[in-house]
Design a protein around this ligand. Structure first.
Ligand code: C5P
Length: 227
């Protein structure tokens, strides 16, 4: 299992200080909507300038009509990133179009689809999708797999079933990880590292438990130790 640290701090300076402090660790870094809207492509270059070895997951969760999704995906493939995501609920046509138009690109980053946000509980999810999280997350994963994506974003609890219904090598990337019983904040379906491992999660995404801790580097090392 890999660890991906979310760079969700309020300023570019704070995020880059965090990146600097994590130099030398075998981790991925996640650039989210907030950081990307504010600091743009330059921020990605800044990270690479600190350490080329950091792998980058750009978490923009595209959701649009197929043509807009695919043309945006082509632009994302030109950035020095290793993974980005789209919403599975954008549909099979949009996902297939993204994969078709990016398939020939050199060094295409991995493309994964969001199934059910880990901030949803059953009630909130049902209001929008009219079904249970387990059923729908599996359906979304099967559609994503058929469209040729590399994996999905899901909670740890859906990971095993998703792999069973798709492929063992179909990536599961799970946010909502609380390694040491930290506050759940807005996340509803949280798991610790041993649960994530038991559920065969390929990548644990951790934000606040690391960057809000007293010593982010030590916390990251402790998590890596558990992994
Ligand atoms: O701070 P925390 O560990 O909850 O951060 C989780 C990160 O993962 C946030 O950046 C959030 O936007 C992101 N994320 C998520 N659920 C998804 C996809 C991404 O929480 N389905």
């Amino acid at each position: 299992m890999k660890l991906c640290v979310a760079l969700d701090l309020p300023t570019r300076k704070q995020n880059l200080k965090l990146v600097q402090s994590l130099c030398g660790l075998d981790i991925w870094l996640k650039v989210g909507l907030r950081g990307f809207v504010r600091d743009g492509n330059e921020f990605i270059n800044d990270i690479k300038n600190i350490d080329q070895k950091f792998k980058i997951f750009l978490d923009l969760k595209l959701y649009d009509i197929p043509n807009t999704m695919a043309s945006t995906a082509i632009e994302l493939c030109r950035l020095p990133i290793d993974m980005f995501n789209i919403h599975a609920s954008s549909g099979s046509e949009a996902m297939s179009e993204v994969m078709r138009q990016t398939s020939g690109m050199a060094n295409r980053p991995k493309i994964i689809a969001v199934t059910a946000l880990t901030s949803f509980d059953e009630t909130g999810f049902k209001q929008i999708y009219n079904d249970s999280i387990t059923i729908k997350a599996n359906e979304f994963a099967i559609l994503s797999h058929k469209a040729g994506l590399d994996g999905v974003v899901c909670s740890a609890y859906e990971s095993i079933d998703i792999k069973r219904h798709t492929d063992q090598n179909f990536l599961t990337v799970s946010p909502g990880i609380r390694p040491f019983g930290e506050s759940t904040h807005d996340q509803k379906r949280v798991a610790d590292i041993s649960k994530a491992k038991e559920c065969l999660v390929d990548m644990a995404v951790v934000g606040r438990p690391i960057y809000e801790s007293q010593n982010p580097k030590e916390t990251t090392k402790k998590i890596l130790g558990q992994i």
